[in-house]
Design a binder for this molecule. Structure first.
Ligand SMILES: Nc1ncnc2c1ncn2[C@@H]1O[C@H](COP(=O)(O)OP(=O)(O)O)[C@@H](O)[C@H]1O
Ligand code: SF4
Ligand SMILES: [Mg+2]
Length: 346
């Protein structure tokens, strides 16, 4: 699939700068509802380097998808990006016109979602849909497009791609449909792939195959991947570096191995402690008591404070008064927690 064109474009764009592929800086996206302001994304910062898989992990409702939608500038009313920066190849996406953004979404940043079929057109054969994407974005004719479409289906591991290209989405399994979505995403050789819970709707075996596919495509094409999931297992398996989110904000960031070996934030510690061991499912609520705060009515201070045992054990009074910033606790390991304040100062 990586046409010479695609390869050239990527080499050109990677060679020209030492800046990260994607840099999100203190992003805030709020929903202005009748009930109040929902702070869906409230101070998220993260980077994705070329060729890197950045895991974004956190419980349902913590703002992962809205972070992705904000990067893509696809937030609908009553939602609004209220502040922050999103640099892609060093250029601020929040300053781009709608038209420029549409081009970037088609050619440079691809996105795949949890429900592949909801993003596919049910009345068009999948080969035709792929050909359309190629025609619009690459400007190639339909005959060339058909051949490329079959190549793409082959590359994402679809058996008998020629025949499969004539299928309608409903004639395919969930795993096959997700492969088609990935093929559509890869059609324009993107620099960044945003995968939002790409395997959550799939059976465990199929899940592993689709994750393998994403990793192989990264290895082969060197694109950056932002992999969003609520599943610590997926993160452990796939990510080079992880951002943990809680209640709309990033609370910890570290290389994957280090995060699992030495989680610093009490919330991350709880998440890791609640990973099932040897098929024995533990109740997360035993490990992290209480619930995620209402994003309309966020606690003052650290938003994890109402659930945090470490706060009580360490008799920290500041937690309920002032929200901590992200601190550099170790080289390359950042955490939003007062427990590490003195380490940061030293
Ligand atoms: N249209 C909307 N109106 C009000 N709140 C919304 C809307 N869409 C999303 N939200 C809020 O944004 C928060 C973050 O949602 P989302 O990013 O989808 O979470 P995640 O992907 O982590 O499960 C949710 O708690 C939800 O309440
Ligand atoms: S800042 Fe305080 S309340 Fe928040 S996670 Fe750290 S110890 Fe717990
Ligand atoms: Mg989501």
């Amino acid at each position: 699939m990586a046409t010479e064109n695609g390869k050239e474009a990527r080499t050109k764009s990677t060679d020209t700068s030492g800046t990260p592929l994607l840099r999100v800086n203190d992003l805030k996206t709020y929903f202005f509802t009748r009930e109040g302001t929902v702070k869906a994304v409230d101070g998220v910062s993260l980077e994705v380097q070329r060729g890197e898989i950045r895991g974004i992990v956190g419980e349902s409702g913590c703002g992962k998808s809205m972070t992705a939608m904000s990067i893509l500038r696809l937030v609908d009313k009553p939602g609004k990006i209220v502040s922050g920066d999103v640099y892609f190849h060093g250029e601020n996406l929040l300053k781009k016109s709608r038209r420029e953004m549409a081009r970037i979404r088609g050619r440079k940043i691809s996105v795949i979602f949890q429900e592949p079929r909801s993003s596919l057109n049910p009345v068009l054969r999948v080969g035709k849909q792929l050909t359309e994407v190629l025609r619009i974005h690459e400007g190639i004719n339909s005959k060339q497009g058909q051949a490329r479409a079959v190549d793409l289906l082959k590359e994402v591991g679809i058996p008998d791609p020629q025949k499969r290209s004539t299928n309608y989405p409903h004639e395919m399994s969930g795993g096959m449909a997700q492969r088609v979505m990935i093929a559509m995403g890869m059609a324009c050789a993107p620099d960044l792939l945003i995968a939002d819970e790409p395997t959550t709707a799939l059976d465990v075996t199929i899940q592993a195959q689709v994750l393998d596919l994403i990793r192989n495509l990264r290895d082969e094409h060197g694109m950056g991947v932002m992999l969003i999931t609520h599943d610590m297992g997926v993160v452990a398996e796939m990510a080079d570096i992880v951002t943990v989110m809680y209640a709309g904000t990033s609370v910890e960031e570290a290389p994957t191995e280090e995060l699992f070996e030495e989680p610093l934030h009490p919330y991350t510690q709880g998440l890791i402690a609640s990973i099932p061991v040897m098929g024995k499912v533990k109740d997360r609520l035993d490990v992290i008591p209480g619930r995620v705060p209402d994003l309309i009515d966020m606690p003052v201070g650290c938003r994890f404070a109402p659930r945090c045992k470490a706060r009580i054990e360490n008799q920290l009074t500041k937690c309920e008064v002032e929200e901590p910033d992200m601190l550099d606790a170790r080289p390359g390991h950042r955490v939003r927690c007062w427990l590490y304040e003195s380490e940061n100062a030293s």
